[in-house]
Design a binder for this molecule. Structure first.
Ligand code: MOS
Length: 747
């Protein structure tokens, strides 16, 4: 073996985002910014009642308003076929957010439902005319209050792949007899989506109306393509959906909301391209958010702090038209060992905008309740909360009875405690103070499953020694395109600068929804498969070529590095892609690949974890809570890019601080209207609300996942609200079980 210096690969290096410069220089083209000639502008009219029928819809004033081309209502809209709802088991399910037949029905199912689209020459004209549409309704009694409808709650067949009611042993019995116990109700409010980029759709039909191009701010170009093909009876390959840049999704763009097909329908009728950008209010009214939850967590422990019962049950709200469960009991399935376990989730059907994914649906509210309860039990028993967690650390997955593929929670807590200075914290509440500020520290565990879904990719190696790969993946600002470029570079033995990753186009090979933090490993595995295919083709050329120093080698005797292919046993024998392609007079070599999770995924419990440390300062006189320090130590496998991953965690923690302290969609239960549909009144945390967030990661690869990696997009928000609430308790002695922790609750 000849000695040579092995250059470190691209994976693991903190490259800046490949899309970063384009975004900050205004060169990134978002859905609403594509230059399409002769484009008309759409605006929606939203229903003002929660349930009922449209008796009359008066559009003449709008039709006669300046610049108006069309007012589309249920009376003149083209047929849009019913398509499967996202999450249903059907083939090519598409991205539909609900089964409501918007503008093909006179029924109103929620307050804010789009009931008309106005198309005009300019956006201002469309928006103005939309205010002139007068709708008369026949109102029906609406179901709007979760508490009131609880008696009619239903037990879903399953919550994403898991039983909705799960009993091991007799948890209630063990709770009744327990020496130590906590048993409380935790509530979280509805949260609304507030990505910077408003939802936008730009639709352009071909003249023969057989094909359609749609620019859409989506996390799922393939899903939107599938849905639109079915809705408008088109061949799937004749529908192209492009979403190159997306200004944040967080789950709010994982489904296609009403405006997507309505824009396509409007474009069909006016025979011109139509662009529709939801207003901020329109996003709040017609795009679903996170359901509120009411959760009971009861924990019982014996005298040495081992759990004898773990109960996590409760309610979420959804609609008849989407049935989306918020799987808040998922963390309790995997985090603690307990002799007896009872988990149950029920759903209440209401007449509201269909609820949807929001960063770590389930795990975010679920960890708030569970990780608060653990803290409460620790306090009750006088045990350090990190120690109590350690005493209940399972060696196998508690409900699946499977080994973990990787799990280093204890190590994350050990490292975090040292970095944070946890030993200096006073366990007794109200014992740390700085003038009028009460100071408190809290911990909580972050958890998110590690998902891999089927995906495909293609790759081209060019004669100039560069390469590109393509997959219908998404880049919403999370760093996916950068991570995949790093993966591509290492797979082909090229430098990061020599490769490019293309995404966000349904013409590219299949990629799943950018949800469930699956993209990195799903697409990563597909890119690897495509690279393997290309590498075998190259080896196929040189392995039998008299002119090549690699003649006669087997594939396992060569390696790909520094833009070429070399013998493993003699590093001097080899040649560059450039030389090979020139000799064979080819301008590129192509590879294709597909990947899906292997059998291991059924044999192991695969999750990501984090240890969170929070310090708060609470103004004793006003009740104002400031998060003064936050540290997250993550156990998410091999980290492909420390810079982009850390940004994801910081963003997730920021969103978690919002969940803990400021965010809440206010809902008028008389009318079913969201009454704070603006950034002025829906309080997102701003710079001054967020301290410098410290991030550390263990970087221990998962032996069973592609690249040893896990997704990092969603885990960041999990556990944060509990860490804040636990710190607030430590500061003030007040246990807040009802988010957000606003000033009034502390006075
Ligand atoms: Mo994530 S909420 O699955 O986009």
């Amino acid at each position: 073996m000849s000695a040579r210096i092995v250059k470190p690969g691209a994976i693991g290096q903190p490259f800046s985002r490949v899309d970063g410069r384009l975004k900050v220089t205004g060169k990134a083209t978002f859905a609403a910014e594509y230059k399409v000639e002769n484009v008309a502008h759409g605006a929606l009219v939203f229903s003002q009642i929660a349930r009922g029928k449209i008796k009359n819809i008066e559009t003449s004033a709008a039709r006669n308003a300046p610049g108006v081309i069309l007012v589309l209502t249920h009376e003149n809209a083209p047929e849009m076929k019913k398509t499967p709802v996202f999450g249903s088991d059907s083939e090519e399910m598409g991205a539909a957010s609900s089964s409501i037949l918007y503008l093909n029905t006179d029924e109103v199912y929620f307050n804010g439902q789009p009931v008309a689209v106005v198309v005009a020459e300019t956006l201002e004209q469309a928006e103005h005319a939309a205010t002139l549409v007068a709708v008369e309704y026949e109102e029906k009694q609406a179901k709007l209050i979760l508490q009131a409808e609880k008696p009619d709650a239903v037990l879903p067949e399953h919550i994403p792949g898991e039983p909705s009611d799960l009993k091991q042993g007799d948890a209630e019995g063990a709770l009744a007899e327990a020496l130590y116990k906590v048993d409380n109700i935790y509530t979280t409010p509805p949260f609304n989506h507030n990505a910077i980029e408003l939802h936008a759709t730009l639709a352009e039909w071909s003249e023969d109306e057989k094909s359609l191009t749609v620019y859409d701010s989506t996390q799922y170009v393939i899903g939107v393509q599938e849905m639109l093909a079915k809705k408008f009876s088109l061949r799937k390959e004749n529908v192209r959906v492009i979403g190159s840049f997306v200004g944040g999704g967080f789950g709010g763009k994982g489904n296609a909301w009403a405006h997507v097909s309505l824009t396509v329908a409007a474009a069909k009728v006016v025979k011109r391209p139509v662009k529709l950008v939801l207003s901020r209010e329109g996003v709040h009214l017609s795009v679903g958010g996170r359901t509120p939850t009411e959760q009971r967590v009861a924990l019982a422990a014996n005298d040495v702090g081992k759990l004898t019962a773990l109960i996590h049950t409760g309610f979420t709200q959804t609609t008849e038209h989407n049935n989306f469960a918020e799987q808040f009991t998922f963390p309790a399935r995997h985090l603690y060992k307990s002799e007896n376990i009872w988990l149950r989730q029920e759903m209440v059907h209401l007449d509201i905008v269909p609820n949807t994914f929001m960063r770590a649906p389930g795990e975010s509210p679920g960890t708030f309740a569970l990780e608060s309860a653990i803290d409460e039990l620790a306090h009750e028993m006088g045990i350090d909360p990190i120690e109590l967690r350690a005493r209940n650390e399972p060696d196998r997955d508690p409900v699946k009875d499977l080994p973990f593929s990787m799990r280093n929670i204890k190590e994350a807590y050990r490292v975090g405690a040292e970095m944070f200075g946890w030993s200096k914290r006073h366990a007794a509440p109200r014992t740390m103070r700085d003038g009028r500020f009460l100071i408190g520290c809290g911990v909580a565990t972050a958890f998110y499953p590690a998902y891999q879904f089927p995906a495909a990719a293609r790759v081209e190696i060019h004669a100039d020694g560069t390469a590109i790969a393509q997959s219908a993946m998404h880049e919403m600002g999370m760093g996916s395109a950068t991570a995949q470029a790093q993966n591509l570079a290492d797979e082909l033995g090229l430098s990061f600068e020599q490769v490019r990753f293309e995404y966000g186009d349904s013409n590219f090979p299949y990629a799943p929804v950018a949800g469930g933090s699956n993209s990195t490993i799903s697409v990563g595995a597909a890119v690897k498969a495509a690279c393997d295919d290309a590498k075998k083709k190259i080896h196929g050329l040189v392995g039998e070529d008299d002119a090549s120093p690699l003649k006669g080698t087997r594939f396992d005797e060569v390696e790909f590095r520094e833009g070429g292919i070399y013998r493993r046993d003699d590093a001097t024998k080899g040649e560059t892609f450039h030389a090979i392609l020139r000799r064979f007079e080819e301008d590129k070599i192509e590879g294709e690949g597909e990947a899906a999770p292997g059998a291991e995924s059924e044999k192991y419990s695969m999750g990501s974890y984090g240890a969170l440390f929070c310090e708060v300062r609470v103004d004793e006189e006003t009740g104002e809570v400031r998060v003064s320090r936050f540290l997250g130590v993550y156990d998410c496998g091999k980290i492909i890019n420390p810079k982009t991953a850390s940004s994801q965690w910081r963003g997730g923690i920021t969103m978690g601080i919002g969940m803990a302290l400021t965010e809440e969609a206010l809902f008028d239960v008389r009318k079913g209207r969201i009454v704070n549909p603006s950034l002025a009144e829906y309080h997102l945390p701003v710079n001054l609300d967020v301290p410098n967030i410290e991030i550390h990661f263990l970087d221990i690869p998962d032996p069973l996942t592609p690249m040893g990696a896990h997704g990092v997009g969603e885990i960041g928000i999990t556990g944060v609200a509990a860490a804040v609430a636990n710190a607030v308790f430590n500061a003030t002695g007040k246990r807040i079980r009802d988010l957000p922790i606003t000033l009034d609750k502390l006075l």
